[in-house]
Design a protein around this ligand. Structure first.
Ligand SMILES: [Zn+2]
Length: 263
């Protein structure tokens, strides 16, 4: 039975948990056990010796996505991004100062550093493959941070930040769309404002990740990627960018999810 439950948990609950703190240094201690073990064109990797063999794949995945994401956001990042690969879930959770976090917490960024659990030891929820998406997801957060700076914290709605990261990382799929659709059948979804004000854990538990990526998908499908990028840069101008009040966009999103005609 266990093997049957696992994919459902992954699909329905969420894909990845993210904490983007603006503090410049790691709070946790386990950082010291990681050494610089690989450099690629745009990244520096820190890992244990045991994880060196996965770094080529991580580097390839990141470099493959790098130009698309930086070009989209109109960015040039002058320095190499640090990637810290932790050997297991426990050491990762200690490093992000969240020692009792659940197993779905596998990726994070702190300042402009990317932190993740090794895909070779992904824990009980994630897999090697999903960790390969997580690393792109976290890089998107860093790229957005370079694009708008502290506005990530002060002004960027959580649904937009998380939804866009999942969108670029290819983390939306049919089971996620279906889970959101069926949750909307049973109850009224949280408003976009409720998604913004939820704590990180609440956000995960209310299927905030699934809901967020469908909002971004709706906006891109209906109004195009350029408007979405404008929104990331100036989220306070949502009504000007889309020429509609936010609550009309929210209604359209629900119609989109339900495959109804958008009015
Ligand atoms: Zn995230």
């Amino acid at each position: 039975m266990k093997t049957k439950i696992k994919p459902i948990v992954v699909n329905v609950l969420l894909i990845v948990f993210f904490v983007c703190l603006t503090i410049p240094k790691l709070v946790g201690q386990n950082n010291d056990s990681l050494n610089l073990t690989k450099e690629s064109q745009h990244f520096k990797f820190y890992s244990t010796n045991g994880d060196i063999k996965v770094l080529d794949s991580l580097a390839l995945t990141l470099e493959k996505n790098y130009s698309r994401i930086t070009n989209r956001l109109g960015l040039q990042i002058e320095k190499k991004i640090n990637v810290r690969v932790f050997p297991d879930i426990k050491s990762f959770h200690v490093a992000i100062n969240y020692p009792d976090a659940p197993d779905w917490v596998v990726g994070s960024c702190i300042g402009d550093e990317l932190l993740m659990v090794s895909p070779l030891n992904p824990g009980s929820i994630h897999t090697y493959e999903s960790l390969m998406q997580v690393i792109v997801h976290e890089f998107v957060h860093i790229a957005v941070y370079y694009a708008i700076g502290n506005k990530v914290v002060t002004g960027l709605p959580k649904w937009l930040n998380e939804g866009y990261a999942q969108y670029e990382a290819g983390q939306v799929n049919e089971p996620i769309r279906k889970s959101v659709e069926s949750s909307l059948r049973d109850k009224v979804p949280p408003t976009w404002t409720q998604l913004i004000t939820a704590s990180a854990m609440e956000f995960g538990h209310m299927n905030g990740y699934g809901l967020s990526v469908t909002i971004v998908e709706f906006l891109v499908d209906t109004y195009g990627i350029d408007k979405l990028v404008s929104l990331i840069k100036e989220p306070e101008n949502i009504e000007t960018i889309y020429g509609l009040p936010e609550n009309t966009l929210e209604k359209q999103w629900i119609q989109y999810i339900k495959h109804e005609k958008i009015e």
